[in-house]
Design a protein around this ligand. Sequence first.
Ligand SMILES: Nc1ncnc2c1ncn2[C@@H]1O[C@H](COP(=O)(O)OP(=O)(O)OP(=O)(O)O)[C@@H](O)[C@H]1O
Ligand SMILES: [Mg+2]
Length: 366
Amino acid sequence: MNGDVFVVDDNPDNLTLLVGILRRQGYRVRVADSGRRALEMIRALLPELILLDISMPEMDGYEVCRELKRDAATNAVPVLFISALDDAGDKVRGFESGAVDYIGKPFQAPEVIARVESHLKLGRLQKALEARNAELSRLNAEKDEFLGIAAHDLKSPLSVIRGYAEMLREHPETDDETRDAYLARIAMASSRMAQLIQDLLDVNAIERGALVIRTEPVDLAEAARLVVEAHQESARAKGQTLRLEEPTGSARALADAVFLPQMIENLVSNALKYSPHGKPVLVRIANAANTLRLEVVDEGPGLSADDQAKLFGKFARLSAKPTGGEHTTGLGLSIVKRLVESMSGRVGCISTAGAGATFFLELPAA
Ligand SMILES: Nc1ncnc2c1ncn2[C@@H]1O[C@H](COP(=O)(O)OP(=O)(O)OP(=O)(O)O)[C@@H](O)[C@H]1O
Ligand SMILES: [Mg+2]
């Protein structure tokens, strides 16, 4: 076993003996012959374990130990006393000052080694546990935030549905045309909720590693064509032109045939959603040696460096706002990023604020 051990003893013979035992075991050892010096050196570079003599002039081991335990920077390093003071009271004082163990002098090498080893192991377990704990707290806070935003985002379409449903119930005399308009709004709000729930489930499944991605050769141009066709109507409604520049040559990528359209759809719908009325959106495919690159180019507001840094995070609703009353959850790109990365590809954005944006997907060529 390896490890960084620090030995403090004012007796040079003891010091030499201990260092010899420890170095033969393969430990890295640093030493000090006084409490003051030890504190300085330990603060400068933390060891994993400290072996500390009790009877020393000026500052004794108890004092050194208390000092180490008071200081947040050093307080996690386990201290083992090594001392000729051997009655129960001395040992108790040692534990009270914060030590984890006590070795009596004269000591036997195997005992020193066994105790050092077991406290190194314990120390490492403790550290691993703390790290795991911190990670769990972080994940828990993230889940809380996730739930909070999801609940908030579900509430507004739900209140639309409830509002129109109540109006219809309270006013049976409502004429057919108005009733159809209400029902259309109810249907819209429900599909928004369904979409949001689907996105949340996708994010969840991706995070749990439960989403099965199957890559196979897929025609990228064909997938782009279908998405572009599906968005012609909404582009027209905003006076935008949406065009696919057909690639020259083959555009077969290794991708998941189910999720590929969803990824392209996210980029195209964003370009339309955040571009002003009347602006064009262009989809094109570039064919490099081993990768295929699909680009969605818009002339919308673009993104600042600050926004770009947050772009692929969950619930990233940034400076650009929808220009036609579309909905935004801020999940789309975070899903795209996870999906494309699990297909060994990548997604990115090239943009200067105020000058449009180019989003690209890169996938391995088939
Ligand atoms: N083409 C773009 N131009 C300018 N800003 C954009 C563009 N695409 C995305 N953004 C910004 O990035 C944010 C995150 O986009 P993302 O697709 O993840 O979420 P969304 O579109 O808000 O909601 P969702 O896709 O979940 O319905 C958007 O809210 C928007 O501010
Ligand atoms: Mg989006």
